[in-house]
Design a protein around this ligand. Structure first.
Ligand SMILES: NC(=O)c1ccc[n+]([C@@H]2O[C@H](COP(=O)([O-])OP(=O)(O)OC[C@H]3O[C@@H](n4cnc5c(N)ncnc54)[C@H](OP(=O)(O)O)[C@@H]3O)[C@@H](O)[C@H]2O)c1
Length: 330
């Protein structure tokens, strides 16, 4: 049933263009308060925040819905929400297209040695053109295994199919049947049987208790020689040391990594934080990107549009999309 009014509080600061764009798409019954509005938190029904603090949730006496304005549930937010079972938590999947494109960009860069070629030729060095054996990999007719067949994984699958790759995927819940894009879809426990078939392994999973360190030395050993790994899910899904060792000892051919193990904690650290404790930066067969997969010039307008969609559903009395199941962790 439609409610007459809904108060939404944005906990973090957003550009004025974003706020104006959001307001322009909202049902007239929705009131938006901003971070610096001292009373906004106390009276809001919906809070937009990724990592709210306990005292903020306690202060928001009318709160029934938390919208995390991206895809994923930070472990600390998951733990906190367990204490507030009456709050329904939701994600936004506004940047799934951008993340899928970036995953494929990393896959292609790793497969085609784009970064080492670029770096050498900038120095006038053509020797890689003549080097044998050749490191560049043909992806056509090879098999990609996509872990996580959600908003991002399904888009990656479509692009890989268009490159004439065979697509295998895993997801948590049935149906486990090929859908014409992924030829075969399996439950998580099929992983050991699938890895030996995977010339490319793309991780598009949420970080949950089940996926943390899902890929370790044993799993990497099961991949065929020269396999390429791409991670756009979360760093800790792959064991850091095992990944480094596999890249050094040739167990893995190459990797493209957007998500990491160490992040800057403040603005000063943004210019001096290595993303891992291992010397991945010394390896030629790794492509780095700074957790940027979802960020394009279109990201904020898309975030505003998707957020407006959830809020308009809430005031219309419809189910709010993208509900997070805390017991599953995504
Ligand atoms: N790098 C970046 O900038 C960036 C940006 C956005 C998101 N991400 C990451 O990408 C993740 C996925 O995003 P999304 O939008 O695709 O989420 P989503 O639509 O919720 O999809 C998650 C997929 O993972 C599957 N899954 C969950 N646990 C699994 C397990 N143990 N084994 C196999 N599959 C499992 C789910 O299975 P079901 O289909 O059965 O539910 C679903 O298919 C996010 O949680 C976030 O960590 C990264």
């Amino acid at each position: 049933m439609k409610t007459a009014s809904l108060h939404v509080h944005l906990l973090q600061s957003y550009a004025s263009e974003f706020v104006a764009d959001l307001r322009g798409q909202l049902d007239p019954g929705i009131q938006v308060s901003l971070r610096d509005d001292a009373d906004g938190l106390a009276s809001c029904h919906v809070l937009v925040a990724g990592r709210p603090q306990r005292e903020q949730l306690e202060a928001a006496k009318r709160l029934h819905t938390l919208i995390i304005p991206w895809a994923g549930l930070p472990p600390e937010t998951r733990d906190l929400l367990a204490e507030f079972p009456f709050i329904s938590a939701h994600n936004l999947h506004h940047n799934a297209g951008a993340v899928a494109e970036h995953a494929v960009a990393l896959l292609l860069a790793a497969a085609k040695c784009v970064i080492p070629f670029d770096q050498a030729l900038r120095q006038g060095d053509w020797t890689l053109r003549y080097a044998e054996p050749r490191d560049a990999v043909l992806l056509s007719e090879k098999t990609v295994l996509i872990l996580g067949y959600g908003a991002i994984g399904r888009r990656i699958a479509r692009i890989c199919r268009a490159m004439d790759m065979a697509v295998l995927a895993t997801r948590r819940t049935p149906p486990y049947e090929g859908d014409g894009i992924a030829g075969e879809i399996y439950p998580p426990h099929a992983l050991p049987a699938l890895l030996p078939r995977a010339n490319c392994l793309i991780i598009a999973l949420p970080l949950t208790p089940q996926t943390r360190e899902l890929i370790g030395a044993n799993e990497l050993d099961l991949l065929p020689p020269g396999a390429i790994l791409v991670n756009i899910g979360r760093g800790p899904i792959v064991r850091e040391e095992a990944l480094y060792q596999a890249l050094v000892n040739g167990g893995l051919g190459a990797a493209g990594l957007d998500v990491w193990y160490n992040y800057p904690r403040n603005e000063e650290e943004r210019v001096a934080t290595m993303p891992t404790s291992y010397p991945f930066h010394e390896l030629q067969n790794v492509v780095f990107s700074p957790h940027h997969a979802g960020l394009t010039a279109d990201t904020e307008p898309l975030r505003a549009a998707h957020l407006a969609g959830l809020l308009n559903a809430a005031i219309a009395g419809q189910p709010v999309p993208n509900k997070i199941d805390l017991s599953k962790g995504y």
